[in-house]
Every structure is written in structure tokens, then in C-alpha cells.
Design a protein around this ligand. Structure first.
Ligand code: URP
Ligand code: ZN
Ligand code: ZN
Length: 475
């Protein structure tokens, strides 16, 4: 009887701290041995010439989320997690959204039921708190945190989601007491409304207006406000999808004062610009809608600022903020209202499958970041921030055998026709990368190989998380 179910031999293992040649022995879905040589296994995978990386964890994705009247998100759990697997990910974290006026508890349980039996990779669910009523703060949230939903997002903008400052403080306070993690969407609601109305009055309705309506100052002000509230409550927070220098400087300032402000950025802020929303000429005036997301991508100078923030350790994680809508679809970007003004174009772009190749290529292959930093930004820090460590996020005895075999020299061109998501386009069509996932192994099972999906919906589990047993807020 072989000692292991699976052995991976001949590869170079990379973690957030080290890179070393090693063999890996896997049993019952867990890493059991990492050594120069491991014993016999029922199956051996030859990883010569490949990097052996912790499977990607994408802690910010939107899947099958209610998106407004007549708008339908392009991915369900099966298609999003299939695309995640093909892109080298073994875990994703989508959001259960509380519609205003509704029970957060019911919304969360309904969302979990949608995920059950559908996922190719493991999933852990964050919450979106849109209506922090006394019942939500007093009973529902504490109960949900105890059930394993230990992180939630609050919004400082969007008509249906925005919380006022007092509500944000109340949610922060609850999170501190219960030991939960809070993510903040930092863009100022009133400033965006003011700009949107002004632009529309001046006749600016095309997608590029979206970028004009949300300038850097809008994100900077909200980031600073969120930081100040977090300081008041003494709560570590994560400011998500940071798009440029201004907001980043607020975060760096807070970190230098010793405040526990974590930060996330996304490939779109490293590779796209607001000009992408201009489209090409007048052939299709709506073409730029494909790039409409919030905050908007900015410019080359801001991209460089984000890279420097990544190198300086200001950012903890790079997530995709995958939020897919179809372009050529009356329920997507080109919904009837979306054609009348940028204000109605659903916000969000697909990116679950392309996050790792883009960051590896632009970061590691181009010499901007080390391989260890890549692993930290794409797996380890996600697990640490959201209560999945030491089960997920590294390669060591005891961890789930969530592993991606990566060819660092493989050149590929990103093409919609090769992707597995439900959207009908990728913002990175024609983008060349060096470095590519060739095999994804999740809890010891090969789930994707060379773009082919080998798993089945339901293989992935919906994972519950625990807060610190002493009730301390996450650091
Ligand atoms: O435009 C975006 N990012 N849509 C997704 C929702 C969010 O704010 O993360
Ligand atoms: Zn957001
Ligand atoms: Zn998002």
C-alpha cells in the first residue's frame, strides 16, 4: 500500500517566505510531507521545470449577486469556480448581499444554498451589510459570525448599499466586539452623485463619464474617513480595490501611525486606465462600458504608484474583484438604461481567471516583485486576513493540498475564447503574459489541467471560519 495518495516530484516549491526544490506527499487531501524525497504514492505528478505554488485564493469576487432591476450577473457558482480553477485558484470568497429592508440572515442562508453542490473550488462567504438595523447588529450578525461568516463588507457609495458614518461606526463597533473582519469600499457617495448630475447636465453620458464622476479625490476622502472611523473604534480594517496614489497615500499614512489598515488592489489598477472607457472611435459609442468598474482604473502614473505600494508592503492582497456582466446583453452592460447614461452601466469586470497570470507576468516576470511576494499577495495573505490560515494559503504539513503547478516561462495571450467564465468578453483580450498555470490541485485532486476542467460542481465545499477563540479582532 503506497504511503501517499499523490506525490509531486521534481518541482520548485515557493511559499511566501522561501523557494526550494522539494517533493510533496499528499494523503486524504492534505499535505503530509515536504522533503527532498517522499515515499511511494498511488499517483505521481512530474513537476520538473515547474513552480509548485499554494493554490490561488481570491478573497474578493462577486458571484450570482443581485445587481439591480433587469441586470443579471454573468456567473453562477459553477461557472465562476470553474474559471477560478482554470486560472490556478483553489479558493474564492464571494459576498452574500443583504438587500435593504431584508433579513441579512435569510439572505446569507439563501446565498449559501445557491452555492451548495455547485462549486468546483472551496468557497468561503463574506457578507455585505446594507441595512444595519438594531436586529441585524444585535442578533443576526453575531449569530452569523458564530456560524462562520466572519467577514463583511460595508459600502460608502451606491444608492442601495451606502451606509452613513454613524452606521459605519456601529458596524465597526460590532465587528470589534465579535472579532470579525470588515472590508470597506471607500468612495464618497455624495461627491459621486454631485459629479454624476453635473456631468449629465453637461451632456456627458458615455462610459468615460464614469471615470470623470469618480476622480481620485472621491476615493481619497472616503479612505481617510474610513481610516478615521477605524481609529476611533480601534478596529483593523481592509480597504479594498485601491485604485491609485491618493487613496494609497492615506493608507500609508495610517500604517506609519501604527494603525492596522490593510489594503487590497486588483490587476485592473496595474494594467488598465480610464482611457479604456473611451472605447475606440465612434464605431461603438458604448464599447468602453466593458471597462466600467469602481473605483475606475486611472493612469500610468497611478499604476506605477500601486506597484511601488506593493513593493513597499502597503498592500496585503491582490484580488480580482471579479464582477462579471455580459457586454452585448440587455441584462448586462448594454441594458436599456445603461445605453442612456454611464450612471446605469453595471459596475464590474470579469477577472477571476486572469488575475494570477497578469500579476505573475507583470510582477514576477518583469522583475517588479519577488516570487515570494507573489505567493503572499495571491494566497497566503488572503488566508491570514480572512481566518483560513493555517488550513489554506501555504504548502506545509497539515495544510490542505491546494496547489498550482506553474510554468514560469510559458508565453500565452489572453483570449476570451479560451476562458471559462460566463461573461462574453475579457478586458484583457490580446494581453500577452509570461507565466501560466498548467495544473490546479485542490485538496489533493487534480481539478484543472491545461485549461481543461476535470472536477465537477459540488467538489468544492462551502467553508465556515472561526473567529479568534479569545474574541480578539483580527490583527
Ligand atoms: O465595480 C465594481 N468593483 N463592482 C463590484 C462591486 C464592488 O464594489 O466591489
Ligand atoms: Zn467595492
Ligand atoms: Zn467587489
Amino acid at each position: 500500500m503506497p504511503e501517499f495518495d499523490l506525490a509531486i516530484r521534481g518541482g520548485t516549491v515557493a511559499t511566501a517566505s522561501d523557494t526550494f526544490p522539494a517533493e510533496i506527499g499528499i494523503r486524504d487531501g492534505r499535505v503530509v510531507a515536504v522533503a527532498e524525497r517522499v515515499a511511494d504514492a498511488a499517483r505521481t505528478i512530474d513537476a520538473r521545470g515547474l513552480l509548485v505554488l499554494p493554490g490561488g485564493i481570491d478573497s474578493h469576487v462577486h458571484i450570482a449577486q443581485a445587481s439591480g432591476p433587469g441586470i443579471v450577473m454573468a456567473d453562477d457558482f459553477a461557472s465562476a469556480t470553474r474559471a477560478a480553477a482554470a486560472g490556478g485558484n483553489t479558493m474564492v470568497m464571494p459576498f452574500a448581499l443583504q438587500p435593504r429592508g431584508a433579513s441579512l440572515r435569510e439572505a446569507t442562508h439563501a446565498y449559501r444554498a445557491k452555492a451548495e453542490g455547485q462549486c468546483h473550488v472551496d468557497v468561503a462567504i463574506h457578507l455585505i451589510v446594507s441595512d444595519p438595523t438594531p436586529a441585524v447588529l444585535g442578533q443576526e450578525l453575531p449569530a452569523l459570525i458564530a456560524e462562520g461568516y466572519t467577514s463583511f463588507k460595508v459600502f460608502m457609495t451606491y444608492d442601495d448599499l451606502v451606509l452613513n458614518d454613524r452606521q459605519i461606526l456601529d458596524v465597526f463597533d460590532l465587528a470589534r466586539r465579535e472579532g470579525a473582519r470588515v472590508m470597506v469600499h471607500a468612495e464618497g457617495y455624495d461627491a459621486i452623485r454631485y459629479m454624476t448630475e453635473k456631468l449629465e447636465r453637461a451632456g456627458t453620458t458615455r462610459p468615460y463619464g464614469h471615470a470623470l464622476s469618480r476622480p481620485a479625490s472621491v476615493e481619497r476622502e472616503a479612505a481617510h474617513r474610513a481610516i478615521s472611523h477605524a481609529e476611533l473604534v480601534d478596529l483593523p480594517i481592509v480597504i479594498v480595490h485601491v485604485s491609485g496614489r491618493d487613496a494609497m497615500e492615506q493608507i500609508a499614512w495610517a500604517q506609519a501611525r501604527g494603525l492596522k489598515i490593510h489594503a487590497e488592489t486588483c490587476p485592473q489598477y496595474l494594467t488598465l486606465t480610464a482611457d479604456d472607457m473611451k472605447g475606440i472611435g465612434d464605431a461603438d459609442p458604448m464599447a468602453g462600458a466593458r471597462y466600467v468598474c469602481s473605483p475606475p482604473p486611472r493612469d500610468a502614473d497611478n499604476q506605477e504608484a500601486i506597484w511601488s505600494g506593493i513593493r513597499r508592503g502597503i498592500f496585503d492582497v491582490v484580488s480580482s474583484d471579479h464582477c462579471p456582466f455580459r457586454y452585448d446583453d440587455p441584462q448586462g452592460k448594454l441594458n436599456p438604461r445603461g445605453k442612456t447614461s454611464f450612471r446605469w452601466v453595471p459596475n464590474g469586470i470579469p477577472g477571476i481567471e486572469t488575475r494570477l497570470p497578469i500579476l505573475f507576468s507583470e510582477g514576477v516576470s518583469k522583475g517588479r516583485i519577488s516570487l515570494q511576494r507573489f505567493v503572499a499577495l495571491t494566497a497566503t495573505n488572503h488566508a491570514r486576513l480572512y481566518g483560513l490560515y493555517p488550513r489554506k494559503g501555504s504548502i506545509a504539513p497539515g495544510f490542505d493540498a491546494d496547489i498550482t503547478l506553474w510554468d514560469p516561462n510559458r508565453r500565452e495571450t489572453i483570449r476570451q475564447e479560451n476562458l471559462h467564465h460566463g461573461s462574453d468578453y475579457t478586458p484583457w483580450e490580446g494581453f500577452s503574459v509570461t507565466g501560466w498555470p498548467v495544473m490546479t490541485i485542490a485538496r489533493g485532486e487534480v481539478i484543472a489541467e491545461e485549461g481543461r476542467i476535470l472536477s465537477r460542481p459540488g467538489r468544492g465545499a462551502v467553508i465556515r471560519r472561526a473567529v479568534d477563540p479569545d474574541g480578539r479582532p483580527p490583527a
